[in-house]
Design a protein around this ligand. Structure first.
Ligand SMILES: [Zn+2]
Length: 694
């Protein structure tokens, strides 16, 4: 045994000994691990080349098993480093993470672009008749991903492809730097109390702090979301709202930071890359690895949503104008984009003043967990039991739970819950991640899946337990949905177990599905008890939560449709020779996908980082696609009647046996159909969004 093999960081199996893993180990262990993996990869490549030369059929366990074990060893060790970097960051750990990250990415690129492995995968596919359906699907995904990285190209074509990929990465970085610089480069300092009319105390304090940080007195506005969003919502000064709005929508559209030329270059490069790979356009490349089968299928879905949302959005705008008129506002006759958030907030307060802070006492973490676990027991026949002290942890806040099958009592999985925010050492937001995946050891022993569930809610203070907002409750249910798919998988092949090998536009199905239960009367009223008095949530508050869910639902849906269609058309129809600029294409679409025409300086595309600098190009539609699936899945429970216990239980078991069990072993459309008995329909999402004409 070498020195490094005894490091807890390189154990490579079982639950990590979190507290024994130090930044020094990362600096020492990761290079040692990568050295070992690189030699093993070289050895595997050599062996595969020999095997290919022999021209006898290649077996799965000669290629896929060693490949998986290489990847899994890196995932296990680097997964722990990334996890600790997210949940108990220190300057030393951050440095170690940063210093090793490049080499880790490099190893992934080397394996992902290896010609011998690619040729071996092709050889394996020629004998696919010997493989089962899951194996074939794993193999196809592996080959597809390698082809999309250009591995199948030869000579000059491959060089051109790689050069264009590098150029794309540069352009994406420049694009997002422009957005960042344009956002940070604008400010407006307010100097008198009258400029602050309508602003809540928290926003005033934020603006005052920004002014102090800049060495100014007064209140400093900027274009970052935490300042712009509440300002447009609360400011009674229409002139200031207009000024801020105009600055916000024209970011990165002029001068040195102008993103217009970059947009055309990025789109053209993507089109050329798609053609090199044998596709007609970039949208086809994106859809090659997704559940959606074609551009036409996505367009049809977006058009269903558009048709339902457009009239609703028009009515919502009229309701805002009527509200402004009741208040005698000048703008009532012609609302402008900078008036919408403001009057929506006024109308919301008048219709149902939901104070999210005031609901916290009804949602103590303990009560919410009991509600969530009880729901899972009822629907999926699993029992969740606390197992604190049975697993190593990384912080005293962290709890560990075991998941047992309800009928047999057999252990199925485990999960960590790290619920509270720790400013300074824990990343914000909430997420589910894989600690261990379901698999078998060399000796054939079953390895049970273990999930990380990370939230960021307020910790308990004194005798007061952690009290959650309703948003935080929804977030916990959401992440737990991802966790359930990871933990309840029955797939034996690790490459397709849990969330592995699930198409990107289908992976939010279980998570968003779970969110729906937060609005189910029995579930919500069962868990919402005042932590001191035990009183249930007042009916009027329940009604407010329901109303808040659909308030301005038409406008919100239409906005997402506008973004998604713009993204899709730019990547499927736009070419440099089409006679239209990307901006003109977007404005054409705006005629049917916005109810307030974009103002002349609105250059939304110049800040659309999701598609020009992130991974969402020709994939923005996925948000709505997954919502259709999750709403439609929930509607199976509505159809049998949410009060019909026997039917609910049977439907819940079916959900567990299909969506939660089958993971990436089957195409997602087949998994969905196995649960729902038919293909997905947008009806439920349209209804849940409040877009059905009364
Ligand atoms: Zn999610």
């Amino acid at each position: 045994m070498t020195v490094s093999a005894s490091l807890p960081l390189l154990a490579g199996q079982g639950l990590p000994q979190f507290e024994a893993i130090t930044p020094e180990q990362v600096q020492q262990g990761i290079p040692a691990l990568l050295d070992a993996l690189n030699s093993e990869l070289t050895a595997l490549e050599t062996k595969l080349e020999q095997r290919l030369a022999e021209a006898t059929p290649l077996a799965w366990d000669e290629l896929m098993d060693p490949l998986h074990h290489l990847g899994e060893r890196l995932r296990w060790s680097w997964g722990v480093v990334s996890h600790l970097n997210g949940v108990c960051n220190t300057p030393e750990l951050r440095t170690a993470h940063q210093q090793q990250q490049g080499a880790v990415v490099q190893f992934g690129n080397r394996a992902g672009q290896s010609r011998p492995i690619y040729r071996a995968l092709e050889a394996l596919q020629q004998n696919a008749a010997n493989l089962d359906g899951t194996q074939r699907r794993i193999l196809e995904a592996e080959l597809r991903d390698m082809r999309l990285r250009g591995v199948g190209l030869e000579g000059a074509e491959q060089e051109a492809f790689n050069a264009a990929s590098a150029r794309q990465a540069e352009l994406a970085t420049t694009f997002s730097n422009h957005v960042l610089d344009a956002t940070n480069g604008w400010s407006l300092t307010l100097t008198s109390e009258t400029d602050l009319a309508g602003l809540p105390a928290s926003l005033r304090e934020l603006l005052a702090q920004a002014a102090r940080d800049a060495g100014e007195s007064g209140w400093r506005l900027g274009l970052d979301m935490p300042r712009v969003v509440p300002f447009l919502k609360y400011s009674q000064r229409r002139d200031l709202r207009e000024q801020v709005y105009r600055a916000q929508v024209s970011r990165a559209s002029t001068g040195e930071l102008d993103n217009h030329p970059l947009i055309e270059q990025i789109l053209q490069l993507k089109l050329e890359q798609a053609q090199r790979l044998g596709y007609a356009n970039w949208a086809e490349v994106s859809l090659a690895s997704k559940m959606a089968g074609s551009v036409a299928e996505v367009e049809a879905l977006l058009d269903d949503l558009r048709a339902a949302a457009y009239p609703a959005a028009q009515q919502e705008l009229e309701a805002l104008a009527a509200c402004a008129a009741r208040h005698g506002a000048d703008e009532a006759a012609a609302l402008k984009p900078w008036d919408v958030s403001y009057w929506a907030e006024v109308l919301r307060q008048e219709s149902f003043d939901l104070d999210s802070e005031a609901l916290r006492p009804w949602f103590s973490l303990e009560q919410v967990l009991q509600g969530l676990f009880g729901l899972c027991q009822r629907l999926f026949d699993i029992r969740i039991v606390a197992a604190d002290g049975e697993a190593p942890i990384w912080h005293s806040d962290v709890r560990y739970f075991r998941v047992l099958d309800g009928a047999s009592g057999q252990a199925l999985a485990g999960f960590y819950l790290d619920p509270y925010s720790r400013p300074g050492s824990k990343r914000g937001g909430a997420w589910m991640d894989e600690c261990l995946g379901r698999s078998r050891t060399h000796a054939g022993e079953a390895v049970l899946p273990v999930a990380y569930l990370i939230c960021n809610q307020s910790p308990p203070v004194g005798d007061t337990p952690s009290l959650m907002t309703f948003d935080e409750v929804e977030t916990l249910f959401h992440e737990f949905g991802h966790g359930l798919q990871h933990m309840l998988t029955t797939v034996e092949r690790p490459q397709a177990a849990g969330i592995n090998n699930v198409e990107w536009d289908a992976v939010e199905l279980p998570s968003q599905f779970m969110e729906n239960w937060c609005y189910d009367r029995a579930t919500l009223m069962g868990m919402a008890r005042h932590w001191q008095t035990g009183e249930p949530l007042p009916e009027s508050d329940y009604q407010k939560l329901l109303a808040a869910r659909t308030f301005m639902g038409g406008s919100a849906t239409l906005r997402q449709v506008h973004f998604a269609l713009t993204d899709l058309r730019l990547h499927s129809q736009w070419t440099p020779a089409c006679g239209q600029s990307p901006e003109q294409l977007r404005r054409d679409l705006a005629r049917t996908t916005t109810v307030l025409e974009p103002i002349p300086e609105d250059a939304f595309l110049c800040a659309f980082s999701h598609i020009f600098a992130g991974g969402y190009s020709a994939g923005y539609y996925s948000y709505k696609w997954a919502e259709v699936l999750s709403a439609d899945a929930f509607s199976a429970f509505e159809e049998v009647g949410l009060e019909q216990e026997e039917e609910i239980v049977a439907t819940g078991r079916r959900f567990r046996d299909t969506v939660l069990s089958l993971g990436g072993s089957l195409p997602p459309a087949e998994v969905f159909e196995a649960f729902r008995g038919r293909q997905p329909s947008s009806e439920a999402l349209i209804r849940h969004s409040g877009l059905v004409a009364a």
